[in-house]
Design a protein around this ligand. Structure first.
Ligand code: CTP
Ligand code: MG
Length: 234
């Protein structure tokens, strides 16, 4: 249900510059259809339904027109070239969205098309007290530590671990400064750890199983099963 109070203003970066190698196929997964429309269009529509200001779609070099078409030609979106790693793509998006001087920015994987409004609400609420906020879920399975020969060498404590999703929400000034001064791995993989390295505090808000990342070819088939299940749920 939509909240009574309007959400604080925010902008968004959708990283859509990956090759989708694990999913295979001729077209990168974020531009393929899933539940009736291109994967990336789902996120654009969800963000705009939540009142998003500007959107930067980080696109594969040479595929900007394809990216905009797959996004549904949103009037509030522009594209920028992505990089070789997700981190480079995020950085390019951060520099471009900076032209709009946003106070808050959501950074989202195009590959996570099912974006519930309630998650956006929880993230923006947590940004009132933290420089960053990310959706996270508990681990339900037991965890084994493995050596390189797939022999178990120990167990990990699942109680202290969380599965992290996107969108991740940040105060723009903090996340752009943290990315510019990051000296860690070339692909941090996750923007929350970049913020933490820069001294920012990150709130964990409740994630949602629907935010699963489309990763393998099979995920495109599974969408139908999930859709039927959800219809059945009313
Ligand atoms: N991404 C990006 N730029 C990159 C790599 C990834 O913008 N250089 C984006 C992807 O388009 C995706 C998100 O980051 O929306 C998460 O990455 P992932 O699921 O790993 O997508 P791919 O890298 O495209 O897939 P794969 O790793 O299977 O090749
Ligand atoms: Mg990848």
């Amino acid at each position: 249900m939509a909240s009574e109070t309007p959400l604080p203003a925010f902008s968004a970066i959708i990283v859509a510059a990956g090759k989708g190698l694990r999913a295979g196929g001729d077209t990168p997964k974020q531009f393929r259809k899933w539940r009736g429309k291109p994967v990336v269009m789902h996120s654009v529509d969800a963000l705009n339904a939540a009142g998003c200001g500007s959107i930067v779609i980080v696109a594969p070099p040479g595929l900007h027109a394809e990216a905009l078409a797959a996004a549904g030609e949103p009037a509030n979106a522009v594209t920028v070239d992505g990089g070789v790693t997700r981190q480079e793509s995020v950085r390019a998006g951060l520099e471009r969205i900076g032209e709009k001087k946003p106070e808050r920015v959501l950074i989202h994987d195009a590959a996570r098309p099912d974006l519930p409004m309630a998650v956006i609400e929880r993230l923006l609420a947590a940004l009132e007290t933290h420089a960053g906020a990310i959706p996270a879920l508990p681990v339900v399975d037991s965890l084994a530590v493995s050596d390189s020969n797939s022999t178990m060498t120990g167990k990990a404590d699942r109680e202290i671990l969380r599965r992290v999703q996107t969108p991740q929400a940040f105060r723009y000034a903090d996340i752009v400064a943290a990315h510019r001064s990051w000296t860690g791995a070339l692909d941090a993989g996750d923007d929350a750890q970049v913020l933490m390295a820069g001294g920012g505090s990150v709130a964990l808000v409740q994630g949602d199983e629907r935010l699963k990342k489309m990763t393998f070819a099979q995920d495109f088939a599974d969408g139908r099963t999930v859709a039927q299940f959800r219809v059945g749920q009313g």
